[in-house]
Design a protein around this ligand. Structure first.
Ligand SMILES: [Zn+2]
Length: 251
């Protein structure tokens, strides 16, 4: 797929801030995960990225102490479907058709896309996981984002992730279509989570994300993790200071 089509594809998704960030990155200043265009320099690459350095609510974070609280449970309503899969130069992303959502505290957030990082972006007590998947949801009315992050570690056969791994487009800008799958197969058994207010973990680092990070990792096959790391082995933004934020933990 040509780059212009890729950009149009992101815009067609309806102005999702994560996607807009990706599109802008493709169009404008090039950013990376290391070197001159790496995370320490994202704010210098474009005025629109200023909050990457100046912000006080940045993501990811190292989750060290959390407060047990009565946080709202999540209701996941993800529908079985096929989907487009793209290699956008920063990650492998699955763009979901309309119809999947989560609800939390009576508010509905549509599932726009999910994508992967290796190693994990969030740390738990300083420890990293081999991978992390981000399910990006957006409320239609106010544009609020809720991202559900799930750690992934090698342990056992996992049909849904193995299937997706077979479709990973190898080259930047390449895309494909994955066969129908059930996204909730990518959830761990328990959905207890940590939650905090944060940001996009890619430029422009907008502080518009309520993060929910599942406490139980998803167990997948090592060979499927390698299918991702053979394409992207280091696409994780380093952790940022938590500052005055609280991390709450569902009970
Ligand atoms: Zn992400």
């Amino acid at each position: 797929m040509k780059r212009r089509e890729l950009i149009r594809g992101f815009i067609a998704l309806g102005g999702c801030a994560v996607c807009a960030g990706m599109a802008r990155a493709s169009e404008g200043p090039h950013w990376e995960y290391k070197g001159e265009h790496g995370p320490d320099h994202w704010a210098d690459l474009d005025k629109a990225n200023a909050v990457c350095s100046a912000g006080g609510q940045q993501s990811p974070i190292n989750i060290t102490s959390a407060i047990r609280a009565e946080v709202d449970p999540i209701t996941v309503s993800w529908k079985k479907s096929s989907a487009k899969i793209v290699n956008n130069g920063h990650t492998i992303q699955i763009n979901m058709p309309e119809g999947s959502s989560i609800s939390r505290n009576g508010k509905v957030y549509d599932l726009l896309q999910f994508h992967f990082h290796a190693p994990s972006e969030h740390l738990v007590d300083g420890m990293t996981h081999p991978m992390e998947v981000h399910f990006v949801h957006k409320n239609k009315k106010d544009g609020d984002l809720v991202v559900l992050g799930i750690f992934m570690m090698p342990e056992q056969k996992h049909d849904a992730f193995s299937m997706l791994a077979r479709y990973f487009p190898q080259t930047e800008g390449a895309e494909g279509k994955v066969e129908a799958f059930t996204p909730s197969d990518l959830l761990p058994q328990g959905l207890e989570y940590w939650t905090y207010e944060g940001s996009l973990t890619t430029p422009p680092c907008s502080e518009i994300v309520t993060w929910m990070v599942a406490r139980e990792p998803l167990k997948v096959e090592q060979v499927s993790i390698q299918a991702f790391t053979s394409i992207y082995s280091s696409n994780a933004r380093p952790v940022l200071p938590i500052n005055r934020r609280l991390v709450l933990m569902s009970q």
